[in-house]
Design a protein around this ligand. Structure first.
Ligand SMILES: [Zn+2]
Length: 334
């Protein structure tokens, strides 16, 4: 918090040397909306995260409205359903993949379905994007994920969106574990954008000295959206807002305040001063404690402040993709 305040009050405003020329960058916020699906294949899922995910989702919608920040909500397709047969027999993945629905979570529909929560995204005051986080949180980069499995995950997501009461023309994909794969299948089914791996790798390790160093000293990387060989726009990740956790995170906070807020604010400043993208991401189930919520509130307030004072842009992955594909290559970086 200390660094956040000082960044606001002591950072000198840079005069715009070329009035009228776009020199301000963009903040993109993507959200992995998965509830139970982020953990259904684990023998010991993190209970606190599971139990707080729905409330975290509602808090996130409210805070994004408060600070008028639009986001890309990459929703696990199964959450758009109201019911299922627990078998998904036509899905080419191994039968065991949906075992939690028949076992521990047989009586936990709130972990498997969320059409009501999805509705809160489209009913929000700000204009969010609903993207795809696969149908059941399959790792697309894993070699056991065949093309038919990847295709089934995307098609089932599109069908769930189409039959849902939530209007969602999905065009962006956030891969589970940010594990990129089967991009040709994304293109085949009309997707236009995905979140790629950032310069620092993703997801970051949570307890290494390198992570501590980058969170307390360095500035997280800005990224430049690019068009890949399938015509998809890659909007790489810059930073997980909850990537520094556990014991290492607590040590940092005792020593320096919340290092993640400080790092995120430096990333936002860097985006404001340049013309690249600072791509933050998080999950509703990251919002477990009041402290987690305060971190998000502080960062969103800083985004809103920089937008107001400096014209920082806030875009969804879809609008970034539209802009990048519409721009001639020479004018992408003015
Ligand atoms: Zn199911």
């Amino acid at each position: 918090m200390e660094t956040y305040v000082s960044a606001l009050t002591h950072r000198p405003r840079r005069a715009d040397p070329f009035p009228g020329v776009l020199t301000v960058g963009t903040v993109v916020l993507s959200i992995e909306a998965e509830l139970g699906w982020g953990y259904h294949d684990l023998t010991e899922p993190p209970i606190a995260r599971l139990e707080s995910a729905r409330e975290g989702w509602e808090t996130l919608v409210e805070l994004l409205d408060t600070y008028r920040v639009p986001a890309t909500w990459a929703v696990v397709g199964h959450l758009l359903l109201s019911k299922c047969d627990r078998a998904h027999a036509t899905h080419p993945i191994d039968d065991d993949w949906f075992a939690a629905e028949r076992g521990d979570w047989a009586d936990r529909p709130e972990l498997r379905f969320a059409p009501g929560l999805a509705r809160t995204i489209v009913d929000a005051d700000v204009d969010h994007e609903i993207g795809c986080h696969t149908f059941s949180h399959v790792d697309f980069g894993n070699e056991t994920t065949t093309t038919p499995i990847a295709r089934a995950e995307l098609v089932a997501s599109l069908e769930a969106a189409e039959s849902s009461t939530v209007p969602a023309a999905m065009s962006s994909v956030v891969f589970p574990h940010n594990s990129v794969g089967h991009r040709d299948v994304l293109a085949e089914w009309g997707f236009t954008a995905y979140r790629g791996v950032g310069p620092n790798g993703d997801p970051p390790s949570t307890s290494t000295l390198r992570t501590i160093g980058s969170a307390t000293i360095g500035t997280p990387p800005l990224v430049e959206p690019t068009i890949d060989e399938f015509g998809l726009v890659n909007v790489p990740a810059s930073m997980h807002l909850y990537g520094l956790s556990g014991a290492a995170g607590r040590v940092c906070e005792r020593l320096w305040g919340d290092p993640v807020v400080a790092a995120a604010c430096r990333g936002i400043d860097a985006a404001t001063d340049g013309d690249d993208v600072f791509h933050l991401w998080l999950r509703p189930n990251d919002l477990v404690s009041d402290h987690d919520i305060e971190r998000l509130r502080t960062v969103l307030a800083y985004v809103a402040r920089r937008r107001e004072l400096s014209g920082l842009d806030v875009e969804t992955m879809r609008t970034v993709a539209k802009r990048v594909t519409a721009e001639p290559a020479q004018s992408m970086r003015m």
